[in-house]
Design a binder for this molecule. Structure first.
Ligand code: PLP
Length: 405
């Protein structure tokens, strides 16, 4: 037999099963056990207590290390759990640089730690590469990046910022939240970052039936620090959720492919009507090329402005297929108003400073039939009075009434 290839493409790796199970089970088994008996007092086994380690979680972590091109990965109880673990690597007085259009929960946790004195956080527009370069100094210990940001869909030049920071001081830890793209589109460790984390509640699991987070690290030193924190605080992902995440992961490639295809169609539909649409897959996106240079795809989250808060509210409340819900990455399509929902934890003054449009609608596209999705949106746009159609059979040729954008 020819020697086995070391690694395959991500699509193949996602479904390959290398569990080495004693019974050759084609799906890795679930060890729903909190403790493990030891062979003897002098001969301790690999596992003793699930907070420290569990075979089902280990299987997931080894699998994710291949998918995320990481030295090691760690599965924890949520995406925010990842950030909690990572920030515990810092000491009081350490300074961090973070974006000004971060995920709402990230903003809330960094603000809390800043207030408590556990770290000093500075928020800047991370799409302004020169600005970020100028802010890096001897006290900078960590830089938090996210791209594209959500829901403003701003793209960050990860490679340039990372290279500059590491040249300035190789010990600066660059942390990248890749929840919006998932490893199928982007493997940030390849771009030079030190820690890649993402909320597995989104694309990785894809079915909105568990909360989870994955932390992927570049080297053993970071792995050791992260492991000690997880073992001490007990936020490692439960065996059952680890098992469910393994199941969801198998279809990551096909789900994301279909979701992106649908999302591009919806983005073009809304743009053709005349809305201001933010989606990195549209050539009109100001950073289309920068995004393309880092990522194989565009994700399935877009946002658009209607020019009026009450109009946006009516549109959101008049869809049938789109559920009014926070989150994204699921097989179902969702609609939301970030200012009232996912980003309500950012106060309105800060939102205003960051030019966050209060009328913004976010769409998170699923795997449904794209014509059904466009049909549903058209009906909501008509009911809300945002558009009129000239010909009843021509739902796809709706025309924006007002306001003119
Ligand atoms: C959802 C999300 C998180 C937080 O993940 P949870 O699993 O909800 O804790 C962090 N970052 C981004 C970009 C997210 O979308």
């Amino acid at each position: 037999m020819a020697p086995k290839k070391k690694s395959y493409s991500l699509e193949t790796e996602l479904v390959l099963n290398n569990s080495n199970d004693q019974h050759n089970a084609s799906v890795a088994p679930l060890y729903q056990s909190a403790t493990f008996k030891q062979p003897s007092l002098s001969n301790m086994g690999e596992y003793d207590y699930t907070r420290s380690g569990n075979p089902t979680r280990t299987h997931l972590q080894n699998h994710m290390a291949k998918i995320m091109k990481a030295k090691q990965t760690f599965a924890v109880s949520s995406g925010m759990g990842c950030l909690d673990v990572i920030t515990r690597l810092l000491k009081p007085g350490d300074e961090v640089i973070a974006g000004d259009d971060l995920y709402g929960g990230t903003h809330r946790l960094l603000s809390y730690l800043n207030k408590k004195g556990d770290l000093i956080s500075h928020h800047y527009d991370t799409t302004n590469t020169e600005l970020i370069k100028s802010k890096i100094n001897n006290n900078t210990k960590m830089i938090f990046l996210e791209s594209p940001t959500n829901p403003l869909i701003k793209v960050v030049d990860v490679k340039t910022i990372t290279n500059y920071a590491h040249q300035f001081n190789p010990n600066i830890i660059i942390v990248f939240d890749n929840t919006m793209m998932s490893p199928i589109n982007m493997t940030p460790l390849d771009l030079g970052v030190d820690i890649h984390y993402e909320s597995a509640t989104k694309y990785l699991n894809g079915h909105h039936d568990i909360m989870a987070g994955i932390i992927a690290v570049r080297n053993d030193l970071l792995a050791e620090g992260i492991y000690n924190i997880i073992n001490s605080t007990g936020c490692g992902l439960s065996p059952f959720d680890s098992w469910l995440l393994m199941r969801g992961l198998k279809t990551l490639a096909v789900r994301v492919e279909r979701q992106q295809e649908n999302c591009l169609k919806v983005a073009k539909f809304l743009q053709n009507i005349g809305f201001k649409v933010r989606y990195p897959g549209l050539k009109s996106h100001p950073q289309y090329e920068l995004h393309q240079s880092m990522s194989k795809g565009f994700g399935a989250v877009l946002s658009f402005e209607t020019g009026s808060i009450p109009l946006s509210e009516k549109i959101v409340e008049n869809t049938d297929i789109f559920g009014i819900a926070v989150s994204f990455g699921c097989v179902n399509s969702l609609i939301s108003m970030p200012c009232k929902m996912s980003h309500a934890s950012i106060d309105s003054k800060t939102r205003e400073e960051r030019e966050f449009p209060e009328d913004l609608i976010r769409l998170c596209i699923g795997i449904e039939n794209s014509d059904d999705l466009i049909d549903d949106l058209t009906k909501a746009l008509l009911k809300s009075g945002a558009v009129k159609i000239n010909n009843k059979d021509e739902l796809f040729n709706a025309v924006l009434i007002q306001p003119k954008l």
